[in-house]
Write a protein that binds this ligand. Structure first.
Ligand code: HEC
Ligand code: HEC
Ligand code: HEC
Ligand code: HEC
Ligand code: HEC
Ligand code: HEC
Ligand code: HEC
Length: 396
């Protein structure tokens, strides 16, 4: 058994080094060799070309599919056993759901493709965790999609968590291990409708609020794929704290984040939601101050909430007429606001029944401006013509 395993192991290491490490190095060397060939002669380029040709002859001979032999070695006595009774050095070998792996996006990979740290089978020491970035980097020869995830993740609020009792989400917390599926697959943890649940494993309170909101009910109950899940507002791998000025939910960026959908008739229009809301906010006092970077001024989320957004007709909504005095009266906004707080239209110019009068006044003003300036111009033109006439007829 052990000689056989050594052989498999050596074979796998060779295959892996070749596809994952050697190929990118060769192609980089080749590119630099080519660009310098004019000054250093063509010898280097020739050598590199030879290596490349040799390599491309070897590559197609290597098996691309899961390697049944090694997988059998891993599964037959240990990880394929349903009952976790196989004891290795005092520890139970864990059962692996092979069916899940074979129906996942990684169905073509063999155990050792991912578990590269295993040097012999059976392995005695606990093994180092799988590193997704062994394959998921830009330009990898296995065509693993993506590439920027790792860098984005490292820079994100999650990647920056120092281990001090807080659970830092790793790739596998959001993606799974042997059952990873692409975002388009309805069974995937990262399918649009399942993302809130995936984030909700840790952010439980926020998930509960979100589930009840107009967006949560739209997405989770009514299957409205246009409604935002967590990542539509927060980003995917580069999620940042709302305190970070680069975050999509930093106070002065919130209106842009909502605008992606609420500015677009083709997205929210379908659901009978009025679209003038972003422009009308931007033109308001709040919107103008916010645009010039005043953090403390009301943004969409200050009045509507972030995870508990509801239509104004819902009695639990922060913008329900009965709750407005409380919403506007937040300590750092208008603390003097009492029950009878006279709220003008927040969304100036949006024609909704109570504010028809504002629209009328706006139109009247425009008419008045046209009349006054137009009249003034007309008066001056007539005056000019009459002066010219008088001059022509010799009056002084
Ligand atoms: C797509 C890569 C991938 C492939 C292929 C893969 N694994 Fe894993 N496996 C993982 C990840 C990720 C973990 C989670 C622990 C870690 O990060 O190392 C894991 C964990 C395990 C564990 C620990 C128990 C558990 O479920 O968390 C065992 C045992 C295991 N794998 C065996 C296997 C066997 C046997 C095969 C081949 C049939 C296999 N793996 C194929 C990625 C993979
Ligand atoms: C041995 C190389 C390898 C490792 C290790 C690996 N992957 Fe992959 N991954 C691939 C390949 C190849 C594909 C594309 C498969 C296909 O399209 O058939 C893929 C596809 C994916 C996809 C689907 C992407 C899409 O848009 O379709 C996700 C998600 C994914 N991997 C996540 C992970 C995570 C998370 C890990 C770490 C636990 C991981 N992978 C480890 C090779 C790897
Ligand atoms: C906080 C949760 C979370 C973490 C942590 C996370 N991802 Fe993702 N990842 C997602 C979500 C959600 C999507 C799907 C986005 C979408 O809808 O397209 C995704 C998509 C992907 C894809 C598919 C990209 C594509 O273009 O199709 C890959 C590959 C991937 N992630 C790899 C990784 C790797 C590698 C890590 C670890 C460095 C990681 N992810 C960590 C949530 C996460
Ligand atoms: C494995 C647990 C886990 C998962 C899954 C997870 N997070 Fe987190 N998240 C954390 C932890 C821990 C923090 C740091 C909290 C802190 O510092 O107070 C955090 C921080 C955040 C923050 C910044 C909070 C702040 O006040 O600075 C945001 C935003 C966030 N996560 C969004 C998400 C989204 C969106 C998803 C899903 C795509 C997700 N998280 C998935 C554990 C998780
Ligand atoms: C409609 C956009 C939107 C959606 C959808 C959304 N968020 Fe947020 N989130 C925000 C905004 C805006 C903030 C900034 C804080 C505020 O103003 O209340 C925020 C703040 C946060 C914070 C940090 C502050 C806090 O309240 O602890 C976390 C963590 C978070 N969101 C996680 C999530 C998770 C998890 C989901 C999915 C279940 C989600 N968000 C869905 C817009 C959204
Ligand atoms: C990914 C797109 C998207 C984003 C981002 C988004 N929304 Fe929405 N929003 C929708 C859709 C779609 C609906 C209608 C849902 C339904 O009726 O099922 C909606 C409904 C609403 C409603 C209820 C309107 C009504 O007349 O019933 C309000 C209020 C709202 N959103 C405010 C916001 C705010 C504030 C933000 C930013 C923090 C935001 N939305 C971000 C897509 C989005
Ligand atoms: C100062 C508080 C405030 C701000 C800031 C604000 N809104 Fe509003 N919003 C309201 C109030 C109050 C209403 C209900 C009265 C009305 O229809 O104008 C409303 C109504 C709405 C509606 C219709 C909801 C319904 O049920 O009829 C949408 C959609 C909306 N706002 C989106 C936004 C977006 C997007 C932003 C940011 C660009 C934003 N709002 C900024 C207070 C605010």
């Amino acid at each position: 058994m052990s000689t056989q395993c050594c052989f498999f192991n050596a074979f796998h290491r060779f295959r892996f080094t070749l596809t994952n490490r050697l190929y990118p190095t060769i192609s980089i060397l080749c590119r630099t060799g080519l660009s310098r060939s004019s000054s250093h002669g063509s010898l280097l380029v020739l050598q590199l070309a030879c290596v490349l040709i040799l390599y491309s002859l070897v590559l197609p001979c290597l098996p691309a599919l899961a390697d049944p032999e090694t997988d059998r070695a891993c599964l037959s006595k240990c990880h394929g056993q349903l009952k976790r009774q196989v004891e290795i050095q005092g520890k139970l070998a864990m059962h692996v759901d092979v069916a899940a792996l074979r129906s996942s996006i990684h169905q073509q990979l063999s155990c050792l493709d991912c578990h590269q740290a295993i040097a012999q089978i059976p392995h005695k020491e606990p093994i180092a965790p799988v590193d997704c970035v062994d394959c998921h980097y830009k330009g990898n020869p296995r065509h693993a999609p993506g590439g920027g995830e790792y860098r984005d993740y490292v820079e994100s609020v999650h990647g920056q968590i120092q281990e001090d009792g807080k659970k830092r989400p790793r790739c596998i917390d959001c993606h799974g291990t042997h059952d990873i599926r692409p975002p388009s697959d309805e069974q995937s943890r990262i399918y649009k409708m399942r993302i809130p649940e995936t984030c909700g494993q840790c952010h439980t309170g926020i998930y509960e609020e979100y589930e009840q909101s107009v967006h949560g009910q739209g997405l989770l109950r009514d299957r409205v794929l246009d409604a935002p899940g967590c990542v539509d507002c927060h980003g995917i791998h580069r999620i940042l704290s709302p305190e970070d000025p680069l975050s999509s939910v930093y106070p002065t960026h919130v209106s842009q984040t909502c605008a992606h959908c609420h500015d677009a008739v083709e997205i929210v229009g379908k659901y009978g939601v009025s679209t003038g809301r972003v422009v009308s906010y931007q033109q308001s006092y709040h919107g103008l101050a916010n645009k010039y970077g005043v953090r403390a001024i009301a943004n969409c989320a200050s009045c509507h909430g972030a995870h508990n957004i509801l239509p104004s007709t819902d009695p639990a909504s922060l913008i329900h007429p009965d709750n407005l005095h409380q919403t506007c009266g937040q300590a750092n906004c208008h603390p003097q606001a009492v029950e009878s707080f006279a709220l003008g239209p927040v969304h100036l110019g949006v024609v909704s029944p109570p504010y028809d009068i504002a629209k009328w006044i706006q139109n009247a003003y425009i008419a008045l401006i046209v009349l006054v300036i137009g009249g003034m111009l007309l008066h001056n033109i007539l005056d000019y013509i009459s002066i010219r006439r008088r001059k022509r007829h010799g009056f002084h």
